[in-house]
Each structure stands twice: as structure tokens, then as C-alpha cells.
Design a protein around this ligand. Structure first.
Ligand code: GLA
Length: 399
């Protein structure tokens, strides 16, 4: 890994001078962000291109007043469509929906929250606003001056450059993409401000294999989510096999949450939230917080589910068994327990049996049903009714 190697060299050099312990040298060489999957809220899934300064301020207020902040939702991320024109010196300005970005960042910070922004390595963003191409260092400096804590960097129009400048050579095109992401990472690092770097290029070129080398703290593994069970479940269950690539500071990102946007049932939203927690996925809510129902809030802020997602061991879970529409997934946790999810992807409620040997549990183990909020001991076997498109999520530990 490029950055790990750079950091090691820095550690050796500083240690040989007797200046720092290895830990403090590393901390100086590479500010530690995203040690657990980032949690917060992003404007895209609900507001899309209509988002304004007021929507961001209101959302920050609501994250605090609803208790979401206390549950761990910290980043308030502005997605695409904030961008205005560049001035004669090339400095990016906001459009009229965002009159004063520094004041907005100060406001969000005053709530004890962090703020994120969005750009593209291409000349244009996906919504055809100004991208960072050719202005990477300048933009990183502007974001740092505004007080940004997070950047989502979305490939968008850079794809056209990859096509036109690679001469049709896919390896060359991919190398261009890696270089473009590394360039922005280096520009962010040069500001000295800890800024979470979120890659968004839809999982191309097995991004999980090279993203940590270009400084990615998280990387989208798929195309865009939408607020329906089919799309959410296709994306979520397709994450099987990627668990080896995630860990503290670098996470697979199956895209933002749709919980509360209205086009899935409560069982389906519980599946969405449970699967994302098992996946140690970033939890970026994407709903209209001013219209949030108690049921949505309960799903987003279930403490046991968030604890599974945010577990300090930092291991992504994975699929253990799949039998037709019935899938069992498990995630190891720091205290030696594990989260086990029984998912029913079928069209009818069905009894599902916990496969004891496949998840290495036995009679007498302690279990907590984290949605049902019940504690019990496992018997000789354990079967439970799982609703259509639903889940039973358990936290299981040794007796
Ligand atoms: C892409 C991304 C989305 C969103 C939009 C904004 O589609 O994948 O998450 O950021 O661009 O234009």
C-alpha cells in the first residue's frame, strides 16, 4: 500500500531521530479518520438537485433534535449541485442556493456535527455542475478553508476523458482513474486538515483492491441505490465476498440509506439497515428528516444495530449460507460475540432455522433479537418466522 509504505518510512526516519514513538509518528504521517464506518446524512437521496443551504441547516438541526446525533450520525454531507462558477484565478464558488459555504460549515460545526462536500475528478459532475479537473489542489484548499471534513469524489465525466485519452486501452483508462483519485487524496492531505475521502466510481475495476492505495477511506462498490426493495436488495446481497477488503479507515460502501423515503415496507427497511450493519457499511441516512415518522427514527437509531455496524473490531460480515431465497449472514464482533442475520428474500413469510454448525453456535448460547428487543438462550435448535423481504437479526455470545 502506497500510504502505508510512506508512513512506515516516515516512522523509521523519525524513530531513528528519537523524535516520536511509532504510534505518534504514524498519527502525524496519516491522520486517522473513519476508524469505524462513517455515519451521518447526505442530501442526494431525498433532495437531489433541489438542495439548498437552508435544507442543510434544517437537517443539521433535526439530526440533533431527533436524537440521531446521539445515536452516532455526525456527518452532514452536501451532495451534487452546490457548485457555481470559477473566478479568473480558477477558485470555485458556490451557486446561489449556497450563499456562504464557510458560514454554513460554521453553523453545522456549532451543532457538534461535521460537514461534507462533493466533487468530481472530471470537468463536470454527474448533474453537470463544475468538477475539479485541473483544479484539484485549489479545490482541496478551498474545501479546507471552508472547514469541510469529508469529500465524496464522483467519477462522472472523467469517464469520457478515460475513453478519449486511453486510446481504447482499458488498463490505461483504469490507470488514469487511479491517478485521478490519488491526485485528489494528495491534495486533501496537503491541506493538513483531516478530510474523509469517499470514492464514488460505482465499483469499477474492483475498486476495493486499489482504493486504499490511493487513500480512499470508503469506496462505492455499486451503481446508485434507489428507494425500492429490488434495487436495495440486489445491491446489498451482491456484497457477498467483499468482507476481506474492509477494515478501520477503509470501508466498502454499498451506497447511502433509503430508510424513510417511503417506497419500502418497514420490514424491507429493517432488512436494508440490518444488511448495511452486517456489512460494516457507512450509514448515511438520506431521508427528509423534517417528515420523519417514529417508525423510521426507530429503524435508523436502533442502538443494537448501530453497535453491530460500528463495532470496533472493524470486520465486515459476510454470507454464511444461501438456500433459495433464504440467506444467513454473520459478522464477528470485538467482544467475541457475533451478529447473525436470517434474511428471507422470498415473497411469503417463512420459518427459518439458525444453522448452528455453520455459524459455530450451540445450545445454551445467549442471544439478543435486536429488532424484537428480547434476550434468550438458544435451545437444541432455533427456528423463527421471518417476514417476506424481512430479517431476524441476532447478537449471539457464548454462555
Ligand atoms: C452519482 C452518484 C450519486 C449522486 C449523483 C449526484 O449518480 O452515484 O450518489 O452523488 O451522482 O449527481
Amino acid at each position: 500500500m502506497r500510504f502505508a509504505a510512506t508512513a512506515s518510512i516516515a516512522i523509521l526516519a523519525l524513530a531513528s531521530l528519537g523524535m516520536f514513538s511509532q504510534t505518534s509518528a504514524f498519527a502525524q504521517a496519516a491522520p486517522q479518520v473513519a476508524l469505524t464506518p462513517p455515519m451521518g446524512w447526505n442530501s442526494w437521496n431525498y433532495f437531489a438537485g433541489k438542495v439548498t443551504d437552508k435544507d442543510i441547516r434544517d437537517s443539521a438541526d433535526q439530526i440533533v433534535s431527533t436524537g440521531m446525533k446521539d445515536a452516532g450520525y455526525i456527518y452532514v454531507n452536501i451532495d451534487d449541485t452546490w457548485e457555481g462558477e470559477r473566478d479568473a484565478q480558477g477558485v470555485i464558488h458556490t451557486n446561489k442556493k449556497f450563499p456562504d459555504m464557510k458560514a454554513l460549515a460554521d453553523y453545522v460545526h456549532s451543532k457538534g456535527l461535521k460537514i461534507g462536500i462533493y466533487s468530481s475528478p472530471g470537468p463536470k459532475t454527474c448533474a453537470k455542475y463544475e468538477g475539479s479537473y485541473g483544479h484539484e489542489a485549489q479545490d482541496a484548499k478551498t474545501y479546507a478553508e471552508w472547514g469541510m471534513d469529508y469529500l465524496k469524489y464522483d467519477l462522472c465525466s472523467f469517464r469520457k476523458l478515460m475513453d478519449s485519452e486511453s486510446g481504447g486501452d482499458p488498463a490505461k483508462a483504469n490507470q488514469m482513474m487511479h491517478t485521478a483519485y490519488a491526485k485528489m487524496h494528495d491534495a486533501l492531505a496537503a491541506t493538513g486538515r483531516p478530510i474523509v475521502f469517499s470514492l464514488c466510481q460505482y465499483g469499477w475495476d474492483s475498486v476495493w483492491k486499489w482504493s486504499p492505495d490511493v487513500g480512499g477511506n470508503l469506496w462505492r462498490t455499486t451503481g446508485d441505490i434507489s428507494d425500492n426493495y429490488d434495487r436495495m436488495s440486489v445491491i446489498g446481497f451482491a456484497q457477498a465476498g467483499l468482507s476481506g477488503y474492509a477494515g478501520p479507515g477503509h470501508w466498502n460502501d454499498p451506497d447511502m440509506l433509503e430508510v424513510g423515503n417511503g417506497k419500502m415496507t418497514e420490514d424491507e427497511y429493517r432488512t436494508h439497515m440490518s444488511l448495511w450493519a452486517i456489512l460494516a457499511a457507512p450509514l448515511l441516512a438520506g431521508n427528509d428528516l423534517s417528515q420523519m415518522t417514529p417508525a423510521t427514527l426507530a429503524i435508523l437509531t436502533n442502538k443494537d444495530v448501530i453497535a453491530i455496524d460500528q463495532d470496533a473490531l472493524g470486520k465486515q460480515g459476510d454470507r454464511v449460507t444461501a438456500t433459495g431465497p433464504f440467506e444467513v449472514w454473520s459478522k464477528p464482533l470485538k467482544d467475541g460475540s457475533q451478529a447473525v442475520a436470517l434474511f428471507n428474500r422470498g415473497e411469503d413469510a417463512e420459518m427459518m432455522e439458525l444453522p448452528y454448525s455453520a455459524v459455530s453456535v450451540a445450545s445454551g448460547y445467549k442471544a439478543r433479537d435486536v429488532w424484537g428487543k428480547k434476550d434468550f438462550a438458544l435451545g437444541e435448535s432455533y427456528s423463527t418466522m421471518v417476514p417476506k423481504h424481512g430479517v431476524v437479526l441476532l447478537r449471539i455470545s457464548k454462555p
